[in-house]
Design a protein around this ligand. Sequence first.
Ligand code: ADP
Length: 262
Amino acid sequence: HRGQTLAVQFVTFGAGQKMLLARDITQLEKLETMRRDFVANVSHELKTPLTVLAGFLETLQEHQDLPASQQSHYIHLMNDQAQRMRRLVEDLLTLSALEASAGASDERWLNLTELTNAITEDAYVLSQQQHQIQLSPPPAYLILGNESELRSALGNLVSNAVRYTPPGGTISLSWQETQDQLAFHVADTGLGIEAQHLPRLTERFYRVDRARSHATGGTGLGLAIVKHALTHHQARLDVESELGKGSTFKAVFPLARFRPVN
Ligand code: ADP
């Protein structure tokens, strides 16, 4: 069939009889291509900051008579690149740990208000008072889940909202309950995303705007981490967005994951 790859092999058996064996390896090939792309992407992502870092080091080494202010400027830029590499390696480790298990380990009943407050505080720090951050009080529920996975899933959505919303914008955080679901909504008045990109956002290293992602310290792995962490909790990610207007990312959990505080 078109688009299908078969591995074909002659096998001899009995008194010299031959048999033709054909195995469908389409899926295997697809996985192998994905793996190769991933390794190429990681290498590229690490190589760029490493090249810049090495360049500045060389300059410092060759021009030791540079004015102190210039030297400290270079050191500052080198530090940025080292941080970028550190973030990338951390996100890679988080993602591979998430991928290694089918579900969330170490699940506990967590207070939704405490969890949401912690995430909101991180957003305040990241925003540096550049945005208006609004939080509707969460319902008095406990959620059954892995604390660090939930924090990184919801926290990544909030940090993206901050990073992709220009100063002066508004970020609204709320929990919305329907008959059988409870969803964490992160709505921003930021850049927005064209519809064609939406289906690919959770792919590793997929970025709509590469320059913006880099400028705001993105690794391109945030939403891949979100997706995996949510899947571990039988939750899904929904996105609504309009270019130039803003986006709403929703982490939608089954209501069965919650119970009232008392
Ligand atoms: P990154 O580290 O690049 O932010 P993510 O996986 O978190 O990687 O997000 C993938 C891409 O989705 C981003 O590069 C950005 O283009 C887009 N994106 C994510 N969140 C938002 C948002 N709130 N507003 C606009 N674009 C967003």
